[in-house]
Design a protein around this ligand. Structure first.
Ligand code: FE2
Length: 333
């Protein structure tokens, strides 16, 4: 039935004979949007695994751009979830980044792309990812800042050992499968307060140690492309991937951690700074969040402690001409 040509667009469609599909809208959404909280581990879904910049050839290209910047990191073979986490910018077998990607499907091959925001097109994408959840985050945690991205490309069997990070994390599975185990950041039976303070102030994970009996207290996600998990700053976590799901041409698991700080993570880090000093004086200070009024008093002091410590470390480093490794990064104090 003739319906007439109502718009110029319809006329164009009739001339060229088809209408192009609208570009896809990429987003993250909580499995249960009503219960999402930045203070809780939450299952997510997303469709960023379909984004052009997250396809394997583009990620290989990204890795080759990041390698000269020292941002491709390799883990030594044979790690377990209980190992100390350590990424080295040198390949354990001395391979170049080109050789690594040529053999990226070999069992155990693994590379982590650090700080992908160094490449402008990925910086824009990371901000777009966070923007899809900004309306859910900022009512609880205003002032999102320092949005960074870390991509993990591995051929099973592979693990990321048990550890904590300073930032909140939107963790997204992009290709293949991976098991993510995460524990509540408030569970002091998993990581003691003293261990969290040492990590926030000095980067040390020496006291963050995995024990097999922890598994029963955590959340385990069997993540596939399109799955994700939000977890708050200092939530203990680890990943593992086995070969059971792999097939020819499908042997690589890829996930991304989109991390960010907020005014809340910054205040909490400042409270940790003060608590670490108090604990070294033999006291047992309240953990951040136990007493908001006390936190409000500690946080400004913690900011000064952190800034002073950072200046001292920098001065000591330049006097001794070594690269400081214990300076808290901007955003954590
Ligand atoms: Fe992590």
């Amino acid at each position: 039935m003739w319906r007439g040509i109502s718009t110029m667009r319809d006329a164009q469609d009739m001339i060229i004979g088809w209408r192009a599909a609208p570009p896809p809208t990429f987003r993250i959404w909580a499995e249960n949007p009503a219960s999402f909280s930045t203070h809780r581990i939450t299952a997510l879904h997303h469709n960023f695994h379909e984004h052009p910049l997250f396809q394997v050839p583009e990620l290989v290209k990204l890795g080759k751009e990041l390698a000269p910047l020292g941002r491709c990191r390799f883990m030594r073979p044979g790690l377990t979830v209980a190992s100390t986490i350590a990424h080295d910018s040198r390949h354990p077998d001395g391979r170049s980044i080109d050789e690594h990607f040529e053999r990226m499907e070999e069992p155990g091959a693994s590379v982590a792309l650090y700080n992908i925001e160094a490449i402008p097109r990925y910086q824009a994408l990371l901000l777009a990812i966070v923007d899809t959840m900004r309306g859910s985050v900022e009512p609880e945690q205003p002032d999102i800042f320092r949005v960074n991205g870390f991509i993990f490309i591995s051929a099973p069997p592979s693990v990321t050992p048990f550890h904590i990070d300073r930032e909140n994390n939107f963790w997204l599975q992009l290709h293949g499968r991976k098991i993510l185990n995460v524990w509540d950041h408030q569970d002091r039976s998993i990581v003691p307060a003293e261990a969290v303070e040492d990590f926030i102030v000095t980067h040390s994970l020496r006291k963050v140690r995995f024990q097999e009996e922890f598994r029963a207290r955590g959340h385990e996600f069997d993540a596939r492309p399109g799955d994700g998990v939000y977890f708050p700053s200092t939530s203990p976590h680890m990943t593992s991937s086995d070969t059971a799901w792999t097939s020819p041409g499908n042997r690589v698991s890829i996930s991304i951690g989109v991390t960010f700080y907020t005014s809340v993570t910054r205040e909490t880090a400042r409270v940790h700074q003060v608590n670490r000093v108090l604990r070294k004086c033999g006291l047992s200070p309240a953990y951040p969040g136990e007493s908001p009024a006390v936190d409000a008093l500690k946080a400004p002091v913690g900011g000064l402690v952190g800034a002073t410590r950072s200046c001292f470390v920098d001065m000591t480093a330049s006097a001794r001409r070594f690269k400081p490794v214990t300076t808290p990064p901007p955003g954590s104090y």
